[in-house]
Design a protein around this ligand. Structure first.
Ligand SMILES: Nc1ncnc2c1ncn2[C@@H]1O[C@H](COP(=O)(O)OP(=O)(O)OP(=O)(O)O)[C@@H](O)[C@H]1O
Ligand SMILES: [Mg+2]
Length: 305
């Protein structure tokens, strides 16, 4: 009785051990297969990373060539365009009263077309300078209020042509060092965008005030707004998101990339808040003291550099 019990216990244990060993073996094999699979995948990943880095380098080289070509072409187009625009303006002023209606229209068209092309060429030159790291500011003590007033005067007329009301509220600020022409360019693009993407009968409001030692400018519109997922792409080149301008304005998608660079060079900030269907607010701020980093400050005579 005792012997048969012992024999049966022995066999039960043996069976249990065998089952255990089989399970262990299966697990080991599964582990090896997974490890092999992992090795194959890591090798594939390594190859893909290598191919990607080669392609990325090639793309960077091509981009450099493209920018160089764009810069050269834009540079060569610039002078004739300045000439055509300048001469058509002189002709318009001098002969305006003696010309027939059609002739005057032709001259206006030449002036407008050459102005548009000149802006485009200047944008290409800026992008090329930005990408070649040769973009420089000309810092002088100036009045931001005066810059805004000057630009608002022009853009108010453009807005009125589309029955858009442009209002503003500008606080008094002392003069401070910034690049007058470049900040005018920023304001032009923000106002230009607000006007060209807004439907008629809407309002645009511009404000300027001082906050934490910075001049803060906001442009608020009641246009179509920008979807949240598009906002982080806004400041990259050639991003137009297929947005329709509400007049006949051009849309190349370069303006905000240049704006961002100008504001960055001033050690400032730019942000957007937008609700689709209700409108957008673009806000930029630039330090009123010489808040640039040491490198920029050193080249900046207005900051004692
Ligand atoms: N106020 C705005 N309301 C709605 N969409 C806007 C507004 N401002 C910019 N966008 C969107 O962002 C895109 C990029 O603007 P950006 O100023 O860079 O280029 P653009 O105005 O299309 O062309 P460019 O400025 O080169 O003439 C626009 O094409 C538009 O889709
Ligand atoms: Mg624009």
């Amino acid at each position: 009785m005792i012997l048969s019990q012992l024999v049966s216990d022995y066999f039960n244990k043996e069976c249990a051990q065998e089952a255990h060993s089989t399970r262990l073996l299966t697990l080991l094999m599964e582990y090896w297969a997974a490890e092999r699979d992992h090795e194959v995948k890591s090798e594939l990943l390594k190859q893909m990373v290598f191919k990607y880095s080669v392609a990325e380098r090639k793309l960077a080289e091509l981009n450099l060539i493209k920018n160089k070509f764009l810069g050269l072409a834009a540079h060569d187009f610039r002078n004739p365009l300045v000439l055509i625009r300048g001469l058509s303006e002189i002709l318009r002023d001098d002969l305006g009263k003696t010309l027939h209606r059609h002739q005057k229209e032709y001259l206006d068209t030449i002036y407008l077309a050459s102005s548009t092309m000149l802006t485009l060429v200047n944008d290409f030159l800026d992008v090329s300078a930005i990408e070649n790291q040769s973009f420089r500011l000309q810092i002088r003590h100036s009045s931001l209020q005066a810059v805004l007033r000057e630009r608002l005067k022009i853009y108010r007329m453009l807005a009125a042509k589309k029955s858009i009301r442009l209002t503003y509220k500008l606080s008094r600020l002392p003069d401070f060092p910034f690049d007058r022409d470049r900040i005018a360019q920023v304001v032009d693009n923000l106002l230009g965008n607000a006007i060209k993407f807004s439907p008629p009968e809407k309002n645009i409001h511009v404000s300027m005030n001082r906050r934490d030692g910075k001049a803060v400018v906001s442009v608020r519109d009641e246009g179509p707004g920008i979807p949240t997922e598009k906002i982080q792409m806004l400041f990259k080149e050639y991003q137009t998101f297929g947005a329709r301008t509400t007049g006949e304005e051009r849309s190349t998608g370069l303006g905000l990339a240049i704006v961002k660079r100008i504001i960055d060079e001033h050690s400032g900030d730019i942000s957007v808040s937008s609700v689709v269907g209700s409108g957008s607010i673009f806000t930029f701020s630039i330090p009123m003291e010489c808040g640039y980093d040491d490198g920029k400050k050193a080249q900046d005579p207005a900051c004692g550099g």
